[in-house]
Design a protein around this ligand. Structure first.
Ligand code: ADP
Ligand code: MG
Length: 335
């Protein structure tokens, strides 16, 4: 088969929190939050990406900042299409031929959800679209030897979902996807601060607090400095600044951390003794933004008795793996 000169192959990590575009031969060419701001009256797109994210919680009535992906899948189809269209054009330029696109989907999505991703990618400007399972892409991006006859475990903690998978011989052996990840941690912080401090804080404030001081271990949080946060006092209704201890933030997020550990343990229990033994030898690799949560590797390692590592550039692993898998797109095109 001969393809048009200048037709590019790109990989898109369509994440709940971030969208990353990888261009074959170039690497990552775009990294933006998965957020679109729209005019509520006309439906017109006002801005996309970081500019739109900065509007979350700050929009007037006429504008709404939408995160079109939820729990790893498309929640708002039209907005997802607008967002992808904008990113594909931004990454490749307006004059580029329609690219072939590989997009990742969480493991365990339904056929309908997968179909929606493929359709949205085509409508957004792809010549054709193919999907790859996210944990598999994450493992490739983390540099794991996915094709070898040996078991590897990857845990990808994103905004919407945590995907746990064991991989061997180029396939997923066992996997679990739970809707417990970065967003749930933010929500837990918001609700803890509201209950214990009578303070209402926004999503962005909670996320910042998480990145700065949240720890998966309550014990280790004692050594992390407190942080002052601003929100609205629920009693007076007025703006208020409160000093929050890192231990409190750690307590707030414990439930989510424990759920992630349960998912990892269950996936380990489901694997064959050989693969479990391989995982004990090689350790578990963490990817996704959630992998950056302080003290998470130690806490998971303690609970599972398996060594745990954070991949280098955890936020980029899925995009890199999706991009690398473009090499197989030539084979898929003929199908
Ligand atoms: P997705 O693939 O779902 O788009 P990402 O892998 O891009 O998600 O990760 C985004 C999530 O990681 C967000 O919930 C973000 O708050 C979280 N995150 C990013 N950096 C950190 C950090 N340093 N500590 C804890 N969480 C983080
Ligand atoms: Mg992801």
């Amino acid at each position: 088969m001969v393809f048009g000169i200048g037709t590019k192959n790109i990989g898109i990590d369509l994440g709940t929190a971030n969208t990353i575009v990888y261009e074959e031969g170039k690497g990552i060419v775009l990294r933006e939050p998965s957020v679109v701001a729209k005019n509520t009256k006309t439906g017109e797109v006002v801005s996309v990406g970081s500019e739109a994210r900065d509007m979350i919680g700050r929009t007037p009535e006429s504008i709404v900042a939408i995160r079109p992906m939820k729990d790893g899948v498309i929640a708002d189809y039209d907005t997802t299409v607008s967002m992808m269209q904008y990113y594909i054009q931004k990454a490749l330029g307006n004059k580029a031929n329609k690219p072939y696109v590989m997009v990742c989907v969480p493991s365990g999505v339904t056929e309908v959800e997968k179909r929606a991703v493929i359709d949205a990618t085509r409508v957004a400007g792809a010549r054709d679209a193919y999907t790859i399972e996210e944990p598999f892409a994450a493992a490739i991006g983390a540099g794991l030897p996915v094709m070898d006859p040996t078991g590897n475990m990857v845990v990808d903690i994103g905004g919407g979902t945590t995907d746990v998978a064991t991989i061997s011989l180029g396939g997923i052996v066992s996997s679990r996807s739970i809707r417990m990840a970065g967003d749930k941690i933010d929500e837990a912080i918001i609700s803890y601060v509201r209950k214990n401090f009578n303070l209402l804080i926004g999503e962005r404030t909670a996320e910042q607090l998480k990145m700065d001081v949240a720890s998966a271990s309550v014990e280790a949080a004692k050594d992390i400095e407190s942080q002052s946060i601003r929100g609205r006092d629920l009693v007076s209704g007025l703006p208020q600044t409160v000093e929050i201890e890192a231990v409190d933030v750690a307590k707030a997020i414990q439930e989510v951390v424990q759920e992630i550990i349960v998912a990892i343990k269950e996936t380990l229990e489901e694997t064959s003794p050989e693969i479990a033994a391989d995982v004990i030898d090689h350790g578990i690799v963490l990817t996704g933004g959630g992998a950056l949560l302080k003290h998470l590797p130690e806490v998971i390692s303690e609970a599972t008795k398996v060594p745990v590592f954070v991949a280098s550039e955890p936020l980029d692993c899925v995009a890199i793996g999706t991009g690398e898998s473009l090499k197989s797109i030539e084979v898929m095109k003929d199908k």
